[in-house]
Design a protein around this ligand. Structure first.
Ligand SMILES: *[C@@H]1O[C@H](CO)[C@@H](O)[C@H](O)[C@H]1NC(C)=O
Ligand SMILES: *[C@@H]1O[C@H](CO)[C@@H](O)[C@H](O)[C@H]1NC(C)=O
Length: 569
């Protein structure tokens, strides 16, 4: 990952609150429904779940971070990072085991010897300290709601603690800690408790089913039963079902559909990490080959549900945000391309900057976390920039009445190709304001509504716009297994690929690491050409300056500097 540019970060912080106000339609309508593969509100408009996982299922059973920052500060931080939703985890025994549910927050930490955590809560959230843990959980939900954050309640496991392994006895119906009747009772308790609660839009019935006992027959039996029970207790929530094998496998749904007595509430969830494909697959193989293989598997195991007309909620993905893990970096470059193309609903793992107690370690840092150790700053602003690309809905009911056009996404920056209408030079900028392109059957990339097309000018030279679009340097073929390299031929017949250099300049270079080589990373040359029907936000992002009657458009351009362009519209 590239180093965050201070100015870009600044631009982000300045623009985010203003832009959010106009760009994110306030989600006032509750409850949510499904319409084919889309999640929609009562008026039928798409609501894209752009969630972050907030952990509250470890031994203390208290949402992480409340020992570090005031609750309201955390909720506001979630919104300012562009998330509209939290997947808030809970352990079953928090509501079914009286000896646990009767604990206060203070007692829960003290019994674990976490006296610093008690002091931390006392300092940051004194009102929570002597509440029963279940009430503290309710306060977290209502504070999120007060900040317009939607909440999905996720039954993460039974026995509080880090999840998941094949031998933790929490994995499947009939395991030592997974009694189906007790589970049903706990789900009903939570569903009832939050019936009619503002912003509680969904329940994940059980996270990552797994282990020796797992089988599809029991999955249907218990999941259908629980879905009915939850719906009866709380008819408003979306009922979200996880697959087998750590929620990587929903293939059994190819053959047999879920049968429920109610409609428009069923969502499936799937998880996808770099290690989902076996250890260090990404760093051991050529990234084009690995990406192609992994995406194909993902589509067969879960992605097919979108085509069948079901929403697919990618309720866990994520990786080391320090940018030092090659496996995770390559996975992210591939993941973001698919996530933009399929425009699915998702929840990042995780908000958490550090845990009070995880796997016996006090104060363990979470490098997958959006926040830093102290829950004060953002771990990696470049990563936030990439996320912002998948936070916006590109397609679906109510996004607009426009015919789909194409955007050209560079997956490792999360930026899209823009055109300067005056100089006609091309650069990278926010995908929300992307140029509208056509990708013709002749493989020509035209700026929609013009006669200009994308052309290569030479090795190491900026990609440009030209109008002689029948020339050989105007035809862009998707190549390599991943189909994410776009290649063309120069007049001297040399083949080049679209590329982005370390200054985020958009240019063409010799195509690199197309196959075989596992040491070479093609990430800078990975692009996706995907459908969008979004109305470009440049019109809404215009800010009026008090000293100037003209409207001044602030544009995040190049990912490196702020350009001010005047427009008299
Ligand atoms: C859920 O809440 C609604 C009001 O929001 C109420 O009409 C309904 O009876 C409640 N359902 C149950 C099962 O408590
Ligand atoms: C993109 O939109 C076009 C035009 O509506 C459609 O034919 C095509 O199937 C879409 N592609 C994808 C990947 O959805």
């Amino acid at each position: 990952m590239k180093k965050p540019s201070a100015l870009l970060v600044l631009a982000f912080l300045i623009l985010t609150p203003n832009v959010l106000l106009v760009l994110q339609r306030p989600v006032t309508a509750r409850p949510l429904y499904t319409n084919s593969r889309w999640i929609v509100d009562e008026s039928g408009q798409r609501v894209k779940l752009a969630c972050v996982n907030w952990v509250s299922h470890l031994e203390p059973m208290v949402a992480e971070g409340l020992t570090k920052q005031p609750l309201d500060v955390i909720s506001k931080r979630i919104i300012s990072m562009g998330f509209n939703c939290v997947r808030l985890t809970w352990p079953l025994f928090m509501v079914t085991d009286d000896s646990l549910s009767s604990l206060s927050v203070r007692q829960s930490f003290e019994r674990l010897g976490l006296f610093d955590s008690v002091a931390g809560i006392e300092l940051n959230n004194p009102d929570l300290l002597d509440l029963p843990i279940i009430q503290a959980y309710q306060v977290v939900v209502s504070n999120l709601a007060d900040n317009s954050v939607m909440v999905i309640l996720d039954n993460h496991l039974s026995k509080p603690g880090w999840c998941c392994s094949n031998s933790d006895d929490n994995g499947f119906f009939g395991d030592r800690y997974f009694d189906p009747d007790l589970w049903l009772k706990g789900l009903t308790t939570i569903a009832t408790m939050f019936n009619g609660t503002n912003k509680v839009v969904g329940m994940s019935l059980r996270n990552e089913l797994r282990g020796r006992k797992q089988n599809a027959k029991d999955w249907y039996r218990y999941m259908q039963g629980a879905a009915e029970a939850v719906h009866k207790a709380n008819p408003d929530v979306l009922v979200i079902l996880s697959g087998l094998n750590y929620d990587l496998d929903l293939t059994f749904l190819h053959k047999r559909q879920v049968k429920l007595s109610f409609e428009k509430k069923l969502v499936f969830e799937v998880h996808w990490y770099s290690f989902s494909d076996g250890g260090d697959a990404w760093s051991r193989g050529n990234p084009n080959e690995v990406c192609a293989r992994v995406v194909k598997n993902m589509m067969r195991n879960a992605g097919f549900l979108l085509k069948q007309g079901w929403p697919l909620f990618v309720s866990e993905f994520g990786g080391d945000q320090r940018g030092t893990n090659v496996n995770d970096n390559r996975y992210f470059d591939c993941f973001f391309g698919v996530a933009v193309e399929l425009d699915w609903d998702w929840a990042l793992w995780t908000l958490v900057g550090s845990y009070d107690l995880r796997e016996g370690v006090v104060g363990m840092e979470e490098f997958y976390g959006m926040l830093d150790w102290g829950w004060t700053g953002i771990r990696n602003s470049n990563f936030l920039q990439r996320l912002s690309t998948i936070q916006i809905p590109l397609q679906g009911p109510g996004v607009s009445n426009l015919m789909p056009y194409k955007i050209i996404l560079h997956t490792s920056t999360g930026l899209c190709v823009h055109r300067n209408p005056i100089t006609k030079s091309l650069s990278l900028g926010s995908c929300a304001e992307s140029e509208a392109w056509d990708y013709t059957p002749e493989k020509i990339l035209m700026v929609k509504g013009t006669y200009d097309c994308l052309q290569a000018d030479g090795v190491g030279k900026p990609a440009k716009l030209g109008s002689l679009c029948t020339d050989t340097n105007s035809k862009w073929e998707p190549i390599s297994d991943s189909k994410m390299h776009f290649s063309t031929k120069l007049f001297n017949r040399r083949t080049v690929c679209l590329d982005v250099d370390s200054n985020n300049a958009f240019l063409t270079n010799p195509c690199k690491c197309l196959s075989g080589d596992h040491l070479c990373n093609p990430g800078s040359q990975w692009f996706k050409i995907v459908n969008s029907t979004r109305i470009r936000s440049s019109t809404t992002a215009r800010l009026r300056l008090p000293s100037d009657k003209d409207q001044v458009q602030l544009q995040i351009s190049n990912g490196a500097h702020i350009e001010e362009g005047r427009s008299s519209q």
